[in-house]
Design a protein around this ligand. Structure first.
Ligand code: IVH
Length: 703
């Protein structure tokens, strides 16, 4: 696993910069000089981004031949893609007062801290996040969050927003300011009145209006929309802004950014909750939407130590305001069939406004939920079932899909009958089966089910998978039912061009929405994806439980397609291949079963084989073998003095090690601090190497 830039030692950073310079130079040579690219654009961008991030953290290590100083591609027109130098993360949520105390406890335990600990508390603005990049004090780029790694380039649009300074004085050479673009209630009302006058569709809420206004291809339209911006965080920096979160906010304010006036410093959970109540009381009169309060550890050195989980920082939490509720009538229950065959009931409602948003659909989860039971059989809603015709209470919290919370039995029509959940797939008629222990009923039609087929293809072409330009959900729906050029399975995508060439009549270029150029472009985009890294291929297959993280683990373990294919074909509970598969940290029996079942299923296997025959699957570097502890099983015992257990564990895992709780024959190394007891004895008995904390730090290059 790649180490987070924040965790690199200077020596590691120097070595990696050298390696990156060589790899980027080789990629440039392949692309520009030999016209034979060896890596994808995304991989190239990732190398450049990583290089820039390391240079930002260690400015003194920047090489004379730094790839950052070489001219990259010109910025794309309109919404080009921007790879964020530092990922844009989201926040963990807290809903109850107790969650705030738990958060404080977790932070303290992680840091092993008992003394004073301050947090900032500020409103959580309900808009959309934006990252503004300033170089030498000039705004050079603005990007939306996108998927956190890659956002849209909306520089021209951001330049029209009054709250966003175009130049800064006294700013670090490189400064990425992050914050929220939003629209005030007053401006929102005026905008909607104007929309209505012109016969255009009104926006559902200020947040949608802000998003729709910022993401206009014509920046002149954005300029006419009254957008505002609050700064609350930062990305890449060439030098620190301050030693604390509150200090950094003050500096941003001095540079000319709007920071939220309701930000205060709190000395612990009691003060945080008090400020939450203050903000909640002012919510209705603030003039803009907020959906909670964000608490952040104030000391930036502590933030750095706390670091991140996969997509959220450990040093912050969003304390959300309670959900908003409304009553309406349930008009119908529809069943949607997903990629893995899950039958999901959807409530069709008489439209109702819930917290400013018009809601006409809500999730009903599964058949038990409708019947008034939880998945584990316990009674919910006092056992009240949900029937078509009922008055139901809808609630929504933030961005999540609205849910049905309650039923009003007093208003139930006499004609309302208990809902009978279908036992066959409404799309293909195959039996819908509910496995023991599964809350969900699933269509057994597999590849013959058109709903599953379409959803799988949509997943196949999605961002983390094959990401084929010009082939999105809309085009998949069109091709799926196309009489001349049907795309029913992933392999069909790669035969599209040849089939089109062989078809004398309805060529793609002669169809609605296509011309000579766009047809050619689509075929070229497909062609470009024949070369695909193993992890993306695994994820793209859409096998249940095999998400992006699992795909990465499998790819790094098996390295290449033939090894993976052989393993998944052979693996069966009890044999060696199964043992190897389930020994991968992060691969449990559920995933292993799902994978081996997919490979054992004749139709599925034929589809996979046909696809792979069309591809050039790129091997992936096997798990981080460059780290001295990669693949090793470690145990920590006794007291650690330089870091807490949790920190030590996170570090070790980032270096590819597995951390176990007890010593066994599988243990490779025991790190023993003062006070080590039975574990050290057991290790000695088993002849396992034992080192102390300093030796451990030296081993991982952190001494
Ligand atoms: S801090 C590393 N502070 O909430 C975390 N986020 O649910 C950086 N948001 O993606 C975010 N107000 O778009 C932070 N005062 C605030 C915020 C805030 C709104 C948004 C932001 C973030 C989302 C997470």
């Amino acid at each position: 696993m790649t180490k987070a830039v924040g965790d690199l030692t200077e020596a590691e950073a120097r070595a990696e910069l050298a390696d990156l310079a060589a790899r980027i130079a080789a990629a440039n040579d392949a692309y520009h000089t030999r016209d034979a690219p060896e890596i994808t654009d995304a991989e190239y961008d990732a190398l450049k981004t990583r290089n820039a991030a390391i240079e930002a953290r260690f400015p003194g290590l920047k090489r004379v031949d730094s790839p950052s100083d070489q001219v990259g591609g010109a910025l794309a027109e309109g919404f080009g893609k921007v790879t964020h130098a530092v990922r844009m993360l989201s926040l963990e949520n807290a809903f109850e007062d107790g969650d705030v105390a738990d958060f404080d406890d977790r932070v303290r335990r992680y840091l092993n801290l008992t003394g004073a600990l301050s947090y900032t508390a500020e409103p959580k603005i309900d808009g959309l996040s934006l990252s503004l990049r300033y170089e030498q004090g000039r705004l050079v780029q603005a990007a939306t969050r996108g998927d956190g790694e890659v956002g849209e380039n909306v520089t021209a649009n951001a330049l029209t927003i009054k709250d966003i300074p175009q130049t800064l004085s006294g700013a670090p050479k490189i400064l990425e300011v992050r914050g929220e673009v939003y629209m005030s209630h007053e401006d929102f009302a005026l905008l909607n009145a104007r929309q209505a006058e012109r016969g255009e569709k009104p926006f559902a809420n200020p947040r949608n209006a802000a998003a729709g206004s910022l993401r206009q291809l014509d920046a002149a339209i954005t300029a006419r929309r009254p957008l505002r911006f609050f700064a609350y965080a930062w990305g890449q920096l060439s030098e620190p802004l301050a030693a604390t979160q509150s200090g950094a906010l003050r500096r941003l304010a001095e540079m000319g950014f709007q920071t939220n006036p309701l930000t205060v410093l709190c000395d612990g959970p009691a003060a945080m909750l008090a400020h939450y109540r203050t903000i909640e009381a002012q919510r209705a009169t603030l003039g803009y939407d907020i959906d909670g309060v964000v608490y952040k550890v104030d000391d930036l050195a502590l933030q750095q130590r706390l670091g991140f989980r996969s997509s959220t920082p450990r040093w912050a939490i969003a304390h959300k305001f309670p959900a908003q509720l409304a009553w309406t009538r349930l008009e119908a229950i529809d069943i949607q069939v997903g990629r893995t065959g899950a039958l999901s009931p959807v409530a069709r409602l008489t439209p109702v406004t819930v917290g400013g948003v018009v809601v006409s659909n809500a999730t009903l989860h599964n058949e038990d939920y409708i019947a008034g039971r939880s998945a584990s059989g316990e009674v919910i809603r006092d056992g009240k079932d949900i029937r078509v015709g009922d008055w139901v209470q809808v609630y929504r919290a933030g961005d999540v899909i609205p849910k049905i919370a309650d039923v009003d039995l007093a208003r139930r029509p006499d004609t309302a009958r208990p809902y009978i959940f279908p036992q066959t797939c409404p799309e293909c008629g195959s039996p819908a089966h509910r496995a023991e222990g599964d809350a969900v009923r699933r269509c057994t039609g597999g590849l013959i089910c058109p709903a599953q087929g379409i959803e799988r293809l949509k997943h196949f072409v999605s961002r983390g998978a094959f990401d084929i330009e010009g082939l999105g959900a809309r085009q998949i729906e069109m091709f799926f039912n196309d009489a001349d050029l049907p795309v029913r399975t992933p392999a069909d995508i790669f035969t599209l061009a040849a089939r089109d060439a062989a078809n004398p009549l309805r060529k793609l270029k002669n169809r609605d929405g296509y011309g000579e150029t766009s047809a050619k472009k689509l075929f070229a985009a497909i062609e470009a994806r024949r070369r695909i890294p193993l992890d993306r291929l695994i994820f793209a297959l859409g096998i249940r439980h095999a998400g992006e993280a699992a795909a990465g683990l499998l790819a790094r373990h098996y390295g290449a397609w033939p090894a993976l294919e052989a393993a998944l074909t052979q693996a069966a509970p009890g044999n060696d291949a199964w043992a190897e598969l389930t020994a991968i940290d992060g691969v449990g029996d559920t995933l292993a079963t799902s994978l081996t079942e997919a490979f054992a299923n004749k139709a599925e296997r034929a589809a996979i084989d046909a696809l792979v025959a069309e591809l050039d699957v790129q091997p992936v570097a096997r798990a981080a073998t460059d780290s001295p502890v990669a693949g090793k099983t470690l145990v920590f015992t006794g007291t650690l003095e330089k870091m807490t257990r949790a920190e030590a564990k996170a570090r070790a895992e980032a270096l590819g090690a597995k951390v176990a709780g007890s010593v066994s024959a599988k243990t490779d190394l025991l790190i023993a601090g003062p006070g080590a007891g039975s574990k050290a004895k057991e290790a000695a008995r088993l002849g396992i190497e034992v080192i102390d904390e300093d030796q451990w730090l030296a081993l991982i290059g952190a001494a």
